[in-house]
Design a protein around this ligand. Structure first.
Ligand code: UGB
Length: 439
């Protein structure tokens, strides 16, 4: 077998051979030159591919950055502006669930008195998100910036505390509704347990740590029969998963108070109602159905006993929330470590005068001037309790809480708002439409 050298450097030189050797030499150089050119080309292609890939990842990262609903210098500027108090001694509050019923009212009240407020809401579709968007528009028109995001988003929460040293957190974001827990139990765990823990983790790590006021629920009294319900009564027999998650929230907040020195106030709301309310609640859905000429289902307890609720008007609840913020002591921890014991409180915020569900329907009929088509059925075993009744003496003493609106007056204001927001068309049988909404 001939070696390659033999081919290139023949052993017997001669003209032909010499020429051939030159030719071979040239071929060798050409070949060598083309190999190095190829090598250079390959290098060039590798470099091109690498720079393309890194450019792509830059584009991806930046487009993610620019498309995210939060982040960026402009966003931070808006957050800071909204969080800045406009009065001497004003507080800076992060309100979760700001586009919710209670969250909107609390945010507006704080803003109107000159506090700094930043809202956070995930605008989920548990009920019509357009109502939440309308509440957000109302807040925006009053200078409250609402971040669209979830309390389960730890990065977002860390960023918010990074941008603003919030003095307080008003935590109202939650999966509400007693009976919906049968349909979608996971949503209660997601918002009321996992979301709460994520929020508390952010608060515990924040420097300074904020004081926290949050919404528990009258439902924690569950099967308690002793009336009126006092904060010291047993709350270990919840009747619904909703109630169980709120009760768990009370235990979880206690832990964070104990370990990290977070100042915490839990408020047990009693069936809150009023303008800008929640469409899933009975007074709201009854109003819609009565106006549309549709039947309403009125639940009744065992032995034909009417169900009753300690319905509480939104303005009274807002006063209780704001008083809770104002009487909160500072958290004692810093850098995730407790420095001393911190305040831990739980208050009932109710009205102390339960009204039966049929009586509620009667009031609505009067205000709407339309007779309801009542369909009375026995209360299904879906988490409801027969009655609620708040003892509010603790809130009276500690917060100066003093509810002043009874159900008759409160529903009158609700109906007025409902008709102005949804409109009223008597020719279509009192059908409510969203077309003529007015803010
Ligand atoms: O205090 C709370 O912690 C809770 O209050 C509220 O729960 P509830 O007191 O159950 O209010 P709501 O649904 O308006 O039913 C009122 C009454 O109407 C009866 N009801 C209800 C629906 C129906 O179709 N028919 C009916 O008779 C029903 O049986 C009940 O007797 C909040 O929704 C909840 O998120 C939580 O905050």
């Amino acid at each position: 077998m001939r070696l390659m050298e033999d081919e290139l450097f023949p052993s017997t030189p001669g003209k032909f051979k010499i020429e051939r050797a030159h030719t071979i030499n040239r071929q060798f150089h050409r070949c060598f030159a083309s190999t190095s050119t190829m090598f250079l080309w390959a290098l060039f292609l590798i470099a091109l591919t690498a720079s393309y890939l890194s450019f792509q990842s830059f584009v991806d990262t930046s487009s993610r950055y620019f498309n995210a609903s939060w982040g960026g210098m402009h966003w931070e500027k808006q957050i800071r502006a909204s969080a800045t108090p406009r009065r001497r001694g004003g507080v800076s509050v992060l309100v979760t669930g700001a586009a919710g019923f209670v969250g909107t009212h609390v945010s507006l009240t704080l803003r109107k008195r000159g506090d700094g407020v930043v809202g956070l809401d995930n605008f989920n579709s548990y009920y019509d998100p357009s109502l939440k968007k309308a509440r957000k528009a109302l807040l925006t028109s009053h200078g409250v910036f609402v971040v669209e995001g979830d309390i389960n988003d730890a990065r977002l929460l860390a960023k918010l505390f990074d941008v603003v040293p919030f003095t307080h957190v008003m935590h109202l974001a939650a999966q509400a509704g007693v009976r919906y827990a049968i349909e979608n139990p996971a949503s209660y765990v997601h918002s009321n347990i996992a979301g709460l823990v994520t929020l508390l983790e952010a608060c515990k790590s924040a420097d300074p740590q904020p004081a926290i006021v949050w919404a528990s629920s009258s439902s924690v009294y569950g099967l308690n029969e002793k009336a009126p319900f006092s904060e010291a009564d047993r709350t270990d027999r919840p009747a619904s998963l909703y109630a169980a998650t709120k009760k768990a929230g009370e235990e979880i907040t206690h832990t964070y108070n104990h370990i990290y020195g977070l100042s915490i106030t839990g408020l047990r709301f009693f069936t809150v109602y009023g303008p800008w309310g929640r469409p899933d609640m009975a007074y709201f859905s009854f109003t819609r159905n009565i106006l549309q000429g549709k039947p309403i289902t009125v639940y009744r307890g065992k032995n034909h006993v009417d169900l009753a609720r300690d319905f509480t008007y939104i303005d009274d609840i807002v006063k209780g929330c704001v008083a809770s913020l104002d009487t909160s002591q500072k958290s004692t921890g810093s850098g995730g470590r407790k420095r001393g014991p911190a305040q831990y409180r739980i208050f009932n915020l109710g009205n102390t005068s339960p009204v039966t569900v049929p009586a509620l329907v009667g009031i609505l009929e009067r205000h709407l001037k339309v007779k309801a088509k009542r369909h009375v059925v026995e209360m299904p075993g879906n988490g409801d309790v027969p009655f609620t009744h708040a003892n509010i003496s603790s809130a009276r003493t500690e917060l100066g809480y003093n509810p002043t609106t009874n159900l008759e007056a409160g529903l009158k204001k609700f109906v007025k708002w409902y008709l102005s927001y949804y409109g009223y068309n008597p020719r279509s049988g009192g059908g409510a439409t969203k077309a003529s909404k007015s803010l």
